[in-house]
Design a protein around this ligand. Structure first.
Ligand code: PRP
Length: 179
């Protein structure tokens, strides 16, 4: 295990089960519905790569970069779109793929933004949800796992742009971010 990880919160085996179960639900719900799978970079990369391979439907993928965190552990509350979608979203069904919902600021902003641009429908699948941290009301449509208020990294999630490559989700040692 990485020396800066306190404990494993979601193991590789558990991640596989969660992703398979979410993929099944999405496959069922979007069976007769065209959609664009829209990943929010960079956190969603590992989750989206695994999720999309398990959905046996025809769909396009796209990416956005929307950021509200600096290099610290708290959301600034201000969301900036650093990279917009490649595809036109007007009249399209959009399924956003996210690694974590924390304050809710990012997804609240991005969902409103896509609806303003005329998307027909916007739904969100998140691997992790920290509902106790919400600052704005936001409820994802599909949730992999509800997690406690601990600083987690791995499987796409970072601290200061590190640890995204870990194959599991782990709790970061406090000493890493408290100094
Ligand atoms: C993280 C995460 C979510 C957002 C969640 O992204 O991927 O997009 O923060 O926090 P919120 O609910 O408080 O808005 P970040 O801006 O760190 O960028 P990243 O995806 O590149 O890690």
């Amino acid at each position: 295990m990485n020396k800066n990880i306190e404990s494993v919160l979601i193991s590789e085996q558990k991640l596989e089960k969660i992703v398979n179960s979410l993929a099944k639900q999405i496959e069922k719900d979007y069976n007769d519905k065209e959609f664009i799978m829209l990943g929010l970079l960079k956190g969603s990369i590992a989750f989206m790569a695994d999720l999309m391979k398990n959905i046996d439907l025809d769909f396009r993928i796209d990416f956005m970069v929307a950021s509200s965190y600096g290099s610290g552990t708290e959301s600034s509350g201000k969301v900036k779109i650093k990279k917009d979608t490649e595809f036109e979203v007007k009249d399209k069904n959009i399924l956003i793929v996210e690694d974590i919902v924390d304050s809710g600021n990012t997804l609240n902003f991005v969902c409103n933004y896509l609806m303003t641009r005329g998307a027909a429908d916007v739904k969100v699948v998140t691997l992790c949800d920290k509902p106790t941290r919400r600052k704005v009301p936001f409820e994802p449509d599909y949730v992999g796992q509800v997690i406690p208020d601990e600083f987690i990294v791995g499987y796409g999630l970072d601290y200061d742009e590190l640890y995204r490559n870990l194959p599991y989700i782990g709790v970061l040692k406090r000493s890493v971010y408290e100094n």
